[in-house]
Design a protein around this ligand. Sequence first.
Ligand code: NAP
Length: 309
Amino acid sequence: MTKPMFERVALLGLGLIGSSLAHAMRKHDLAGHIKGHARSAATRIEVERLGFADSVHEDPAEAVENADLVILCVPVGACGAVARSIAGGLKPSAILTDVGSVKASVVRDVSPHVPDGVHFIPGHPIAGTEQSGPNAGFAELFVNRWCILTPLPDTDAGAIKALTAFWRACGSEVDQMSIEHHDMVLGITSHLPHLIAYSIVSTAADLEDVTKSEVIKYSAAGFRDFTRIAASDPIMWRDVFLTNRDAVLELLSRFSEDLSALQKAIRWGDGDHLIELFTRSREIRRGIIAAGQDTAAPDFGRLPSTSSE
Ligand code: NAP
């Protein structure tokens, strides 16, 4: 029998991402023992029932004892407190990583609690759905999705190599970039689209002369896709906007300017401007399909691997 990639892996947070990682590790035999921690008894009981972890711990420090790989899978705003609670239990030479959607705030909040000898490598799988909780996970979530690592200067090359191999074994492609660049790139590809979706859904809900039943009945005209994105976990997204504030505000002001230009083009009947912009947008969609990040098939329903990020 071949040895698993890591003897013991600890998952702190057992929602969509934590449970998906556990399923992927089980499927590909990446961990000898999966240790899980969630703060609520309800989640721990559910995880015991689902059986995707080998042991479930109430105490986060106990969950990381002797673990070679420790993965923070909690909302970005909770990473600092969780890192503080496990600091005393971390094994020297362990790899500590996270899956948070924002990187600067996680590095700021977690770094002070990382003991000497522990290799902290921030990470972010660009994979998700609008579902949350321990029932939402599935092993294929990361397949053909990118995982971005934002290693700090002087991080041990061997540890980066081991974490890269782990994500590849889960089915991901792995890229590295700076923390600041990550937060700007994800600001435009994920955070701003979510903000727009939340805003459009709320605008539709508040429209007085269109009934709620009409919004639902005719949603396939475009609105439906926004509602899927806007159904994402409120706590996770509150934390994303509060922690990636500068990048999101900068992108939002650019977006507002572009929206004003569109408003002007419509008001003045400038069809050429509209054609130019819509043609450019279509090219971007084609590029996404060509890169294998979506399919061109008409979408009349949802496949479980649909990404929300
Ligand atoms: P989730 O399904 O809502 O699960 C969150 C987990 O974190 C739960 O186990 C929850 O514990 C725990 N938790 C929540 N608040 C906590 C706190 N204040 N202290 C300690 N634990 C807390 O969320 P998720 O989708 O897996 O997201 C986890 C992380 O992955 C986030 O940082 C998010 O930014 C990142 N991410 C998400 C996606 C996505 O599309 N969902 C994609 C990529 C990365 P209980 O169950 O006990 O409440």
